[in-house]
Design a protein around this ligand. Structure first.
Ligand code: SF4
Length: 325
């Protein structure tokens, strides 16, 4: 059993079916006690300053970590910087396996990509479908955590984020993750309701800022929708794993995401949106599309390196919440 790094959500069912452990490198970075040092180490190794902090951190997590010698890198549907990230991994002696989401959501091409990944890892459809059935049970529990967040109001925005974002790799151990989700659900089922006066949605890539959810709640609001994290958790009712990864909106362009966001704004009774953007990320351009297509107020928040929300951003969040009240 090998630890296989992943640069973003890929069909984790295939990695589990092959008997390996997926490791979402983003989750390793953001929970690392020296996350800032890791991004700076990539600059010292030669990465340009004006490259996204996630990419720099992902480089160092693998090259300095020492226990991951294979990385599945998403070459289409996530980030163009991943191409050069793969090349620098290879330079450092790390094996890379490319995975591409077809831009037009083509079923056959996606199936082919999945079969190529299966061949690379040495597994087949029977094992993958069995892994899907196992993960579907856990995904349903995470979907219940999400429902308790927006419908019952007994889950914080942070825990909503944490459980859903962790579905990219199930923290590498499905059984342990499921036990943790069970214990959390038992406590959340009888927890006191939050009494926020502003309900927010969070769209965009997961934040590199560590206390955004906590700060928003301290100011009397709560994030009741995490767009991309919910997509990682895949609350889609389908028995077909190829279809499951077609319904997943994040890799396929912004307009499919907007349909999903609009539906959830309505369903969750959301007053305003925080659009999180990462410094030096091409996805910042999509901010202009969200502003034109979404009918609720939007605050764009930018993060650079791992760390707390800075004073200027706190002030902007305060003003946004005041405006919504
Ligand atoms: S935040 Fe943007 S630039 Fe950074 S890894 Fe994600 S998609 Fe790429």
């Amino acid at each position: 059993m090998a630890k296989i790094g992943i640069t973003t959500t890929i069909p984790a069912e295939i990695v589990f079916a092959a008997g390996h452990t997926p490791v979402d490198l983003n989750n390793i970075l953001i929970s690392h006690p020296e996350a800032v040092r890791l991004t700076e180490a990539a600059e010292e190794a030669g990465y340009p300053r004006n490259i996204c902090g996630w990419i720099k951190g992902l480089y160092s997590v693998v090259v300095q970590g020492g226990d991951i010698d294979t990385v599945i890198a998403v070459t289409q549907g996530d980030c163009s910087n991943t191409h050069a990230l793969m090349e620098t991994y290879e330079l450092a002696g790390v094996r890379t396996i490319p995975f591409a989401y077809p831009f037009d959501r083509d079923y056959d091409l996606l199936k082919l990509q999945m079969e190529k990944l299966m061949a690379s890892l040495g597994t087949g459809w029977d094992a993958v479908n069995a892994a899907k059935r196992r993960l579907d049970g856990v995904r349903a529990k995470v979907a219940e955590i999400d429902r308790l967040t927006w419908r019952e109001g007994t889950v914080s925005g942070w825990h909503n984020h944490l459980y859903q974002v962790s579905c990219s790799d199930f923290n590498g151990d499905v059984d342990v993750f499921e036990q943790e989700a069970d214990a959390f659900l038992a406590a959340a089922g009888s927890a006191a309701e939050y009494s926020e006066d502003v309900r927010l949605g969070f769209i965009g890539v997961p934040p590199i800022l560590t206390d955004l959810y906590e700060y928003v709640e301290r100011m009397g609001a709560r994030i009741v929708y995490n767009e991309v994290q919910r997509q990682f958790a895949m609350p889609f009712a389908t028995d077909d794993i190829v279809e499951q990864y077609r319904l997943y909106t994040y890799p396929y362009g912004v307009f499919g995401r907007i349909e999903d966001i609009r539906r959830e704004i309505e369903r969750r009774n959301i007053d305003g949106i925080i659009h999180y953007v990462q410094s030096f990320c091409f996805r910042q351009i999509e901010d202009m599309i969200f502003r034109e297509k979404l009918d609720v107020p939007i605050l764009t928040v930018e993060g650079d390196k791992p760390g707390k929300v800075d004073a200027r951003t706190r002030l902007r969040l305060d003003s946004f919440l005041e405006m919504l009240r």
